[in-house]
Design a protein around this ligand. Structure first.
Ligand code: SAH
Length: 256
């Protein structure tokens, strides 16, 4: 499988993968993404007091898995998506749930110009906030938080081959749509996917000294004329099923 980009210019790096992980904390933003994963891994609801966040846990092979999702907003009755909820929920969970590896799985926008299709799988080499624009030296890097994730090139290549996935930049922002400037940014940086949580999770992992791996399934094509939210809703179930299918093999690769 081709490998895209090389994370040049990443200002931060996460700790390397543990040799033999035992406890994995798996973060997923939406219940529609979490349910098929819980089913695939045979996880059961856990009664941890984590506010509106949900935890399902169980064992797969040698790994203890806690599946964490931010849960449903009491006011609006929809999933608490986005970078701020992701960071808050992961930070809180890391204080309560022992783990030696964090994994993020979910859906994302892909790019037709990169030859991607709906339900393709992307493994993140690096992540950043594409909507952080600060024209001040130092602060720009802090706000953009360009971070190399934990898997080294050889591990990424092995996982990509096992999962029929591509490896590259997963870019994070607080919006589902994309501005013209952001589209130019994605093209310039060769982004392979765009979503709303990963860079925030990477920042929390950096603060807590935890390794992080991320896998995304494509629900919509950012550079296609159809609005992202329409394609997203149509493809959410199919892509979430594909992501759920990939999680077992991903965890197997991480555990070997
Ligand atoms: N309309 C949806 C909103 C989901 S927001 C609903 O009400 O159910 C999109 C979620 O999927 C976020 O968690 C984000 O990480 C991911 N995502 C999928 N495609 C995306 C895209 N093109 N841009 C940003 N995030 C995307």
């Amino acid at each position: 499988m081709p490998s895209d980009g090389d994370a040049r210019g990443a200002d931060f790096a996460l700790p390397p993968l543990p040799k033999a992980p035992r406890r994995v904390l798996l973060f997923v933003a939406m219940e529609a993404e979490a349910e098929p994963i819980a089913r695939a891994l045979g996880l059961a609801p856990d009664r941890l007091p984590l506010g509106s966040a949900g935890v399902r846990s169980g064992r797969t092979g040698a790994l203890e898995v806690s599946l964490l999702s931010p849960g449903i907003c009491a006011n609006t009755r929809v999933d608490q998506i986005g970078p701020v909820h992701a960071a808050a929920v992961l930070a809180r969970a890391l204080e309560r749930i022992p783990c030696d590896l964090v994994v993020n799985a979910g859906t994302a926008g892909g790019f037709e110009s990169q030859g991607q299709r709906i339900a393709d799988i992307v493994l993140a080499r690096d992540t950043l906030f594409h909507d952080a624009r600060v024209a001040l030296g130092g602060y720009d890097a802090v706000a953009r938080a360009h971070t190399r994730l934990s898997a080294d090139e050889a591990t990424l290549a092995r996982m990509a081959a096992a999962l029929d996935a591509r490896v590259g930049l997963v870019s994070t922002g607080a919006s589902l749509d994309a501005t013209a400037d952001e589209l130019a940014f994605f093209a310039r940086h060769g982004a392979l996917s765009k979503e709303m949580e990963l860079a925030a999770l990477a920042l929390v992992c950096r603060e807590h000294g935890r390794p992080l791996v991320a896998l995304k399934g494509i629900t919509d094509l950012v550079d296609h004329h159809e609005p992202a939210h329409e394609a997203f809703m149509r493809n959410l179930a199919r892509t979430s099923a594909r992501v759920a299918e990939a999680i077992g093999p991903l965890l197997d690769e991480l555990a070997t």
